[in-house]
Ligand binder design. Structure first.
Ligand SMILES: *Cc1c(COP(=O)(O)O)cnc(C)c1O
Length: 626
């Protein structure tokens, strides 16, 4: 894995320049520099950095590519896009999104009442809003309110029950109105073809959403009978997220296209749009042999445009406008989670840790010689000798012939020999070597929560690119597994022989080392869990001024301890009183001490759950700031 697979997943958004990984934009600052700047302001723990210029890049690429495809086929319909809020509803993201999409008539998609309120408040009047998912009467009423505000809003019918409610709400809102205004209506179709992989559920006959052909015909009759047919203008489908293969999309497009043309010919004259939902995949892989996407955006756009044109031409109807609701594609790249390494767990396996005696057992002397004389051409042989000696030495220990110090020396020397031989034999990559990597893997304790910041890793085994922010001019030598600070064994990104991650060997008592988790901008934030009560990390928006220098903006610190408890509906006043009371009433401490304890307690309560400092290993050091 060269350069941490940057050329596979990086999309030219970052460059490795000497030691650091830098933003490939404007003055090209390093992520390390930005991180240190924020930490100097006093914000420790994990940081979520947002880059609006990367949102802008995705939006402009999406529009440009579809315009290119339209031009190539001389397509008559127009192209529109909305952002599905469920992918990221955080205000710092949504505000940046609306800012950078100015000029594209870009809108929002809502799947719940709260999301609809965001859409109604943040979408520019005239830009499209689409509303999907299950809806009750209140939600449909909100759509009517939005329409009356002047919004260009489309309600997607997911079932016939919803259509009945729409008909009813329409009467309530419009029967007495001078100027009847209602939202546009879309229908979500239940595809015969289904998605693939873990998302297969989103399509197909057993899908949670959409109307069957029979229901579609019925919906048509109901709309007609209630003089709402002129509002039916969009056919919608969504085959699921992170579509790795283009084939299911093509099938779905043929199905949807034929439904569109048939309904139009039947008399649904207002029909004018196909909404292809989301699903555009992001390449998260750091290894060429495990890539997640087998198509380019241009291929995707060409397929959509070509198939819609072909079907429309064949059936003799106008080519529909095309809508997309891609979310992951727009949001994933915009944020990077940066988290400090707190500790390396097998740091004891260093030469410094050896406690060699004046006279050592002969096998240990031999191990020591092997370690000192290992070279590329003898590495395999020495490695085998070392493993063999280790077995003998461990048996000698069990039988009481050597002591604990000897055993510790054995473990250290064998570990060092394995490490060195793997480094020497790196290009051979035999099974034996791969297996040994598991054994010497280094566990990096990192100040973050996988449950909070990478929930899809926990829930779906989704891989996220991992790159250290520093030392990138050195070859990383440690097969690495990453442990978060929750006390849950699932909070571990284990070393995987097939998709190995190597990190640098560092002495954390004297130097800082930060890990960057990339492509975390889609789905991870709201899905993040407060497991162990670790909250959303401190976040900042990084933009660039006219001179190309970066500006750190909109810093939001992670919630403090009391806010977290309040979120769980604890009465924090009672907690506060209880803590105070217990200190005041303690009989074992002096008045002065009590005052001091209270002072400390309140300081800690004002801070967040993430670790602040860790104990320095060396006395002289102040302790590395976490
Ligand atoms: C989730 C969802 C999307 C977004 O999917 P992505 O894979 O993130 O692009 C779009 N439309 C609907 C209806 C959705 O439910």
């Amino acid at each position: 894995m060269k350069n941490f697979g940057l050329s596979i997943w990086g999309d030219d958004n970052f460059v490795i320049d000497g030691e650091t990984i830098n933003i490939n934009y404007a003055s090209k600052p390093s992520l390390l520099q930005i991180t240190q700047d924020i930490r100097e302001k006093g914000y420790k723990g994990p940081l979520l950095l947002r880059f609006p210029h990367l949102i802008q890049k995705q939006i402009s690429t999406l529009f440009k590519t579809f315009e290119k495809a339209k031009k190539e086929f001389d397509y008559q319909g127009s192209f529109h896009a909305v952002f599905p809020l469920k992918v990221n509803q955080f205000p710092n993201f949504v505000h940046s999104l609306m800012e950078v999409s100015d000029g594209y008539n870009y809108g929002l998609e809502a799947g719940s009442k709260a999301e609809l309120i965001i859409a109604m408040a943040k979408t520019p009047i005239g830009a499209p809003i689409t509303v999907n998912g299950f809806k009750d009467k209140e939600m449909i009423s909100l759509c009517f309110i939005a329409a009356k505000m002047g919004h260009n809003i489309t309600v997607t019918i997911e079932g016939l029950g919803e259509l009945e409610t729409i008909i009813q709400v329409n009467k309530e809102f419009n029967d007495k109105a001078e100027n009847p205004i209602s939202p546009k209506i879309g229908v979500r179709i239940r595809l015969h073809s289904s998605g693939i992989g873990i998302w297969a559920k989103s399509g197909g006959y057993s899908s949670k959403f959409g109307l069957t052909s029979t229901e579609l015909l019925e919906a048509y009759e109901m709309l007609k009978a209630n003089t709402l047919l002129h509002k039916l203008w969009m056919i919608h489908f969504h085959i699921g997220s992170q579509m790795g293969d283009i084939a299911p999309l093509k099938k779905a497009l043929r199905e949807a296209g034929n439904i569109y043309t048939d309904l139009k010919k039947r008399g649904a004259n207002a029909l004018g749009a196909i909404n292809i939902g989301g699903g555009l995949a992001v390449e998260y892989s750091q290894h060429t042999h495990s890539q997640e996407r087998n198509y380019s955006l241009l291929e995707f756009a060409n397929d959509v445009v070509y198939l819609m044109q072909e079907i429309s031409k064949r059936k003799g109807v106008d080519e529909p406008d095309i809508f997309t609701e891609s979310g992951r594609y727009i949001a994933a790249s915009h944020s990077v989670l940066v988290a400090p390494v707190l500790e390396l767990f097998s740091q004891e396996y260093t030469e410094k840790g050896l406690r060699l005696k004046k006279k050592n057992p002969p096998l240990i002397e031999e191990l020591y010689d092997l370690y000192n004389n290992i070279k590329r051409k003898n590495a395999r042989e020495y490695l085998h000798d070392a493993l063999d000696h280790m077995e003998s030495l461990l048996t000698l220990f069990d039988l009481g012939y050597i002591d604990l110090e000897d055993r510790s020396n054995t473990e250290i020397l064998v570990n060092l020999i394995i490490k060195r031989s793997i480094a020497l034999l790196k290009n051979e990559g035999t099974d034996e070597l791969k297996k040994l990597q598991d054994r010497i893997q280094e566990k990096y304790l990192v100040n973050f929560s996988a449950f909070q910041s990478l929930p899809d890793f926990w829930g779906l085994a989704q891989h996220f690119p991992i790159v250290p922010l520093d030392k990138l001019d050195e070859k990383p030598s440690n097969p690495a597994s990453i442990w978060d600070i929750t006390c849950d064994s699932d909070g571990e990104i284990g070393f995987n022989r097939e998709l190995p991650l190597y990190l640098h060997d560092i002495d954390i008592s004297t130097e800082e080392y930060f890990i960057g988790f990339f492509l975390t901008g889609a789905y991870q934030e709201v899905l993040g869990m407060k497991h162990n009560l670790f909250t959303h990390p401190t976040e900042a928006v990084i933009s660039f001024d006219e001179d190309g220098n970066y500006v750190i903006d909109k810093l939001i610190e992670a919630q403090n301890l009391m806010d977290v408890l309040e979120d769980l509906e604890y009465d924090t006043n009672i907690i506060d009183k209880a803590l105070k009371y217990r200190i005041e009433e303690s009989e074992k401490i002096s008045l002065e001490e009590k005052r001091e304890l209270l002072g400390k307690l309140y300081l800690y309560l004002s801070e967040n759950s993430y670790l602040k400092t860790i104990q320095a290993i060396s006395e002289s050091n102040q302790g590395v700031q976490a």
